[in-house]
Design a protein around this ligand. Structure first.
Ligand SMILES: Nc1ncnc2c1ncn2[C@@H]1O[C@H](COP(=O)(O)OP(=O)(O)OP(=O)(O)O)[C@@H](O)[C@H]1O
Ligand SMILES: [Mg+2]
Length: 256
């Protein structure tokens, strides 16, 4: 099992959208995928068509000492594990668990009996938190989502430091990849920031263009991949999934 933590220092950059769609894209490229929501906003179901109002998820399962598989929902693509909805007291109790057991997510994943070549893609709550820390500790690869604007660029060092703290020392840590989301080549200012980003982020960069079909897909609670299969965003997401898959090759293929 290989784990991708999808992270961003700033909120609202498209992390959940990308996590849900990349999970499905990886699945359609032949990988066994678990899309896991490590964000109390519990938003992954909005993209993957989970029933609205459902409250079960990994948080409730943890507090009830239930297996995480029991909270998974099987979709036509990935297995989806929502965070779920808790009342305030239970959410606080869950956060206490996360702080006390930094490897809880990693251990729960190891105990789920996922296929050897499975990929887990995690939507990690934005900004430093117990949720993000759990995701980083479990991650084989970190996918940083950023917008092509100065504010996002300014927050990148926060993420870099957290990756250095929680990931870089592990010999088997694969590294960091970046997605620049909502790229809009018609905007002059965006172009300047793009040039800086492409110059500083290293070689593992994908771009996803700003595309109306992303918002429309979310409004109809569908993946962009399904809502508009020929859209620019769908093509970009497919390409990004391929790059991720190349960095985390299936162990099955190697032995065939
Ligand atoms: N490539 C894109 N083109 C157009 N709109 C996009 C794109 N990516 C994301 N969006 C829109 O941006 C908004 C925020 O996306 P999303 O909820 O995925 O962000 P997030 O980073 O998960 O936010 P949060 O920090 O609140 O969890 C949504 O309305 C989504 O439809
Ligand atoms: Mg989100």
């Amino acid at each position: 099992v290989k784990t991708i933590a999808v992270v961003s220092a700033k909120g609202g950059v498209g992390r959940t959208t990308l996590c849900a769609n990349l999970g499905a894209a990886l699945s359609r490229q032949g990988r066994a995928v678990l899309s896991l929501d490590m964000d109390p906003q519990n938003a992954i179901g909005l993209h993957t068509g989970l029933p609205i109002g459902a409250t079960d998820g990994l948080a409730r399962a943890t507090l009830a000492n239930r297996d995480w598989l029991s909270a998974c929902v099987e979709t036509s693509d990935a297995l989806v594990l929502p965070h779920g909805v808790l009342d305030e007291a239970d959410q606080a109790a869950f956060e206490v668990r996360l702080l006390a057991e930094p490897e809880l997510l990693k251990q729960k994943l190891a105990g789920m009996g996922l296929a050897d070549d499975a990929l887990v893609i995690i939507d990690a709550a934005s900004g430093p938190s117990a949720y993000l820390r759990q995701a980083l500790i479990a991650a084989d690869l970190v996918l940083v989502v950023t917008l092509p604007d100065a504010a996002s660029y300014a927050t990148l060092p926060v993420t870099t430091r957290l990756v250095e703290t929680h990931c870089s020392a592990r010999a088997d840590f694969v590294g960091t990849s970046y997605v620049i989301n909502q790229v809009d080549n018609s905007r002059g200012l965006g172009k300047d920031v793009m040039r800086v980003l492409l110059g500083t982020l290293g070689s593992h960069i994908s771009q996803v263009h700003r595309d109306e079909s992303v918002c429309e897909a979310m409004a109809s609670q569908q993946l962009v991949l399904d809502y508009e299969p020929t859209s620019m965003a769908t093509r970009d997401i497919d390409a990004c999934a391929l790059l991720l898959s190349e960095r985390l090759p299936s162990t099955l293929k190697e032995t065939q």
